[in-house]
Design a protein around this ligand. Structure first.
Ligand code: OFO
Length: 163
């Protein structure tokens, strides 16, 4: 059985994952509008992945006999200065999510909730993967550069990362 504090923090994480989904969907729209179709497809796919992260916690809360609550989701940013700006923001956002997951782990430990602690391990590994993925994309901007056909090549490389 989950404590009230644990339920509240898990619900906040559901909201954050849904917000992440909307952030990436808004970025996908911006990319599609600029003809960056590889990045648009990648970000739309990632938006779906974030929703699956939200649903996983939603199901976990409900399975324990508690009730997930859906709150208002903040409006995501929809204008960006460049594709590099988009991916710098994805990386920074993932750092925020990682911090939130680690805080959740701390709460689980302090509440002696070992079941939730165990459940959260999947998110700890997933955040490692997400940070790695977005860092890898940022590195492409450094390696390829955006001069000439650079932007086209980066967009193609990002499309190839679709999981
Ligand atoms: Fe849910 O992993 Fe990204 O944010």
């Amino acid at each position: 059985m989950l404590t009230q504090k644990m339920i509240q923090r898990l619900n906040e994480q559901v909201n954050l994952e849904m917000y992440s989904s909307n952030i990436y969907l808004a970025m996908s729209a911006w990319c599609a509008n600029k003809g960056l179709n590889g990045s648009a497809a990648f970000l739309k796919d990632h938006s779906k992945e974030e929703l699956s992260h939200a649903y996983k916690i939603f199901d976990y809360i409900n399975e324990t006999g508690a009730m997930a609550t859906i709150e208002q989701i903040n409006k995501p940013q929809s204008e960006f200065t460049s594709l590099q700006d988009v991916f710098e923001k994805t990386y920074n956002h993932e750092l925020v999510v990682s911090k939130s997951i680690l805080e959740l782990v701390d709460v689980a430990l302090s509440e002696k909730d070992y079941s939730t602690f165990n459940f959260l391990q999947w998110y700890v590994s997933e955040q490692h993967e997400e940070e790695k993925l977005f860092k890898e994309i940022l590195d492409k901007f450094e390696i390829i550069g955006m001069e000439g056909r650079g932007l086209f090549m980066i967009d193609r490389e990002i499309a190839a990362l679709l999981r």
